[in-house]
Ligand binder design. Sequence first.
Ligand SMILES: C[S@@+](CC[C@H](N)C(=O)[O-])C[C@H]1O[C@@H](n2cnc3c(N)ncnc32)[C@H](O)[C@@H]1O
Length: 406
Amino acid sequence: MDQPREGPSPKAADRPHPPHDASTPGPSGHHVGPSRDAPTSSEADPKPEPHADQAPVDSGVDAGSASEYDQENSGDHLLEAHNHTDDDNFSDEGYDGSDASSFLSSILSEVRRGVEIEGRQYASYGKHDYGMPMDDKELDRQDLQHHKYNLLLNDKLHVTPIPEERLQESGSRVLDLGTGTGIWAMDMADKYPNAEIIGVDIAPTQPNFVPPNCIFEIDDVEEDWPYRPAHFDFIHGRDLMTAVRDWPKLISQAYTHLKPGGWIQLASTIPGALTDDDTIPPNSGYVESGRLYFEMAEKMGAPLDAPRQWSTQMQDAGFTNVKDVVYKLPMGAWPRSKRLRTVGKLEQVMILDGGFEAYMLRGYTQILGGRVEDLQIVLALARREIKDPNVHTYVQFHVTYGMKPA
Ligand SMILES: C[S@@+](CC[C@H](N)C(=O)[O-])C[C@H]1O[C@@H](n2cnc3c(N)ncnc32)[C@H](O)[C@@H]1O
């Protein structure tokens, strides 16, 4: 994978002009030096050139050639299983008040450090507790997810009908909510070098080396946004489950801060194993783990099926051309389509290599009051099913987009 975080680029503080109105104080709006892949000293070469001439970002994942069998995986198509062969085998295995700068650095170090629960690091910033960790293991998981989603969407970064020229124009602005490692924002910045891309997150988990037209900010998207009204051309939010409680407020803020004719896209996996061919075993550990996750999120006030209300909420906020697009996201290397088989393998690795714990550990222990040992038993059963090529499950990846009237 050829990611720009490896290459030199100015630090956020060195960039000429913050693309949002810096005179408008946000609820926080800190630019925080990212914690990941930080340069070892201030030696960074300050002369990067825009990535305008770069080839499109290669996901680095084998999707199969166009001539191979592929299959539509939108919600109303049955997913066909592949005849299992050996080549599919896939194993997992104190602020003391002395001065403003010490105040700021103590807050920044607390934000960077987060809080530790059951051996995983969680963000300490934000109005509500967010359910997922922010440690390196989680960041690797998010990057893997990004490649999986690109493949699922047939190498697209989004599916809104926003005109390409609009994103190519200089002065075009894109906001990525809950940007995580910033990988989507950086890919957008590479693809649209004239656009300004802002990624915002409660956790400082973005790299220092980023395309010059991309910046990251630390902020809570559930608070009032610090940007000017009618400022953005495109607002994007992916996989914000257990991150957002008040979707109508977020959608209405997006409406305010989009320019006329601008687009919003929200996307999220809705956990919960489904099958088209009755291959889920009775007393399934995988189904039980999904049930527990739904219960936990419900108690957090962030129901996992919230995406099913997005289209109504967008229409209520004034958006037009609102559309739901639901994809089937297979678990494991069972689909007949090679592309979807790769998606399924990525989903399998993601879940087997820490994804389950990332989703469930904090909620199960702190919200449902369960014991880690009990959770591990359910997850062990679920893992067995996930590795079984005869169990053909998928979850839904729910995308909703809409346009602010021109
Ligand atoms: C599962 S990750 C998804 C990251 C990214 N959107 C992606 O698809 O690669 C969710 C991200 O939302 C962030 N987050 C959670 N609550 C948030 C909030 N209230 N405001 C801003 N970011 C938030 C988390 O820190 C985490 O980085």
